[in-house]
Design a protein around this ligand. Structure first.
Ligand code: SF4
Length: 477
């Protein structure tokens, strides 16, 4: 909090302390995080001009009317945006590694008068003109989830935690998905790893989890838990809760950010989740929902109602954002997102550096950007509602606090991390996007020999003086 003391005239009854400590109240109009979009905002989009409130709030209508074909999406934009934009998007989709799926909710939150810069458009609709060459060190499964999977769709990397991927579909497909190696259908660019719902595969995953006494914490993701049927939420939840070693479950879904209507109108799904949470509580085990809002505009009056319902039912919701250029890489936008999440009782848990994902180099930012934004966000609200900014270290190092780099060369864009609790002695590299580096350094990255030289140099410097081995600061007496 600002420590500046504000002086005002002494009023009758004031103590001396009150005169010097009071600040004037802020203008309520400046509390932008409270100003959520309400009313029939979807009717501004010609395709939904005649859609009633009851229809728009129905999750089944949202699902049925989600756009899953590039041609249909582009067709729906005719007369809304310029022909030039439509051509640009058509080229973008041809080169995208992800399938297309966008809900009417998201389509109606995009400001189509500013389609090139709108932060929601940026996340779901690629433009050929904005695509940049991939970083040379990028791989399709950059987090090596498959390399750490003892059973297909079950990643066991951390000592006490595993990631279970029971399905490969989502309510939307984000162009930046880390799991583009498996999520959605094949595209012209990528043939996907098979992770469909399969009783046999689920049973193998359950057997492995039960056989590992060290596993306490299971993330159920995908794909997306929104696309599990109510009976499947119950089956997975109850099977895992029955295992004596399991203490914590997290169902992961982007749903609240892209179709909050489901929580309010798909009562079998919401009730199934509630029952698993309540049963977990009776067993003294924690079951929570993890979600994925990236921009404050994704939070509307409908979101607030949905989050209120979960809050009333005692369901904890935590958020994991991805730091993205043109979406939330400005301190004021990230701060607004964090404050708005807090307002709707969603805990801002993590902000991730963008993974090195194929076809979305235009979305990545530098580590320096994250360090700077974090500085501005910390202190804007309570510490328990302040996210930790992390790098999911490429190559399987797991999540590392952005501040914990052993070495960071802003000129080459190379940062080096260690992960003693995951792989003692291993080093992990993160790479800033090339377009933010000088032309000379960009040229060096084109040569495989130079790439190896820059990385070898970063590693040598890390080993010469790792931050962990730096002498501690002098103790003041
Ligand atoms: S919802 Fe999650 S898993 Fe699905 S495409 Fe988006 S980021 Fe990937």
């Amino acid at each position: 909090m600002d420590l500046v003391t504000l002086k005002r005239d002494k009023a009758e009854g004031d103590t001396a302390e009150e005169v010097t400590a009071q600040k004037p109240p802020v203008d309520p109009a400046t509390l932008v995080h409270l100003q959520l979009r309400t009313g029939p905002f979807w009717q501004r989009v010609p395709a939904y001009a005649n859609v009633s409130e009851a229809t728009f709030r129905d999750h089944a209508w949202q699902s049925k009317n989600s756009i899953t074909k590039v041609e249909k999406l582009l067709e729906s934009l005719k007369g809304v945006v310029s022909e030039e934009f439509i051509k640009d998007a058509s080229v973008g989709f041809q080169r995208a590694p992800m399938s297309v799926r966008v809900t009417p909710y998201i389509m109606s939150l995009i400001d189509w008068s500013q389609p090139y810069t709108d932060p929601l458009r940026v996340q779901f609709i690629p433009l050929g003109s904005r695509l940049l060459p991939d970083h040379p060190k990028l791989g399709l499964d950059s987090l090596h989830e498959q390399a750490d999977a003892p059973v297909p769709g079950l990643t066991h990397r951390y000592p006490d935690k595993a990631l279970f991927l029971p399905l490969n579909t989502c309510p939307v497909y984000c162009r930046f998905c880390t799991r583009s190696y498996a999520v959605g259908v094949d595209t012209e660019e990528v043939e996907k790893v098979e992770l469909r719902v399969s009783v046999e595969r689920w049973q193998r995953a359950f057997r492995y989890i039960a056989s590992r006494p060290e596993l306490e914490d299971i993330v159920i993701s995908g794909g997306d838990a929104y696309n599990l049927r109510a009976a499947q939420i119950t089956e997975i939840g109850e099977t895992l809760l029955a295992m004596p070693n399991i203490r914590r479950l997290r169902f992961a879904t982007k749903g609240p950010a892209v179709m909050p209507q489901k929580i309010l109108t798909d009562m079998p799904w919401t009730d199934a989740l509630t029952q698993v949470v309540e049963h977990g509580r009776k067993l003294h085990k924690e079951v929570v929902l993890h979600t994925h809002f990236n921009h404050p505009s994704e939070i509307t009056g409908i979101t607030e109602e949905a989050m209120n319902l979960l809050f009333e039912r005692g369901i904890t919701v935590r958020n994991q954002s991805v730091l993205q250029r043109g979406v939330n890489d400005i301190a004021a936008v990230m701060t607004l997102l964090v404050k708005r999440l807090g307002h709707v009782n969603v805990h801002p848990y993590y902000v991730y550096m963008h993974d090195l994902v194929q076809g979305v180099e235009d979305l990545r930012t530098s580590l320096d950007t994250a360090l700077n934004i974090e500085k501005h966000v910390r202190g804007a609200t309570a510490g328990f509602n302040t996210p930790t900014f992390v790098v999911d270290a490429p190559g399987g190092g797991g999540k590392r606090d952005v501040h914990s780099f052993e070495h960071y060369d802003r000129e080459t864009g190379i940062s080096v991390f260690t992960s003693p609790s995951v792989h003692t002695g291993a080093h992990y590299f993160y790479f800033d996007p090339l377009h933010q580096l000088s032309p000379e350094v960009q040229k060096r990255w084109k040569s495989p020999v130079e790439q190896e030289a820059m990385m070898a140099n970063a590693l040598a410097q890390t080993k010469r003086q790792p931050r962990a081995n730096l002498p501690p600061p002098p103790v003041s007496r």
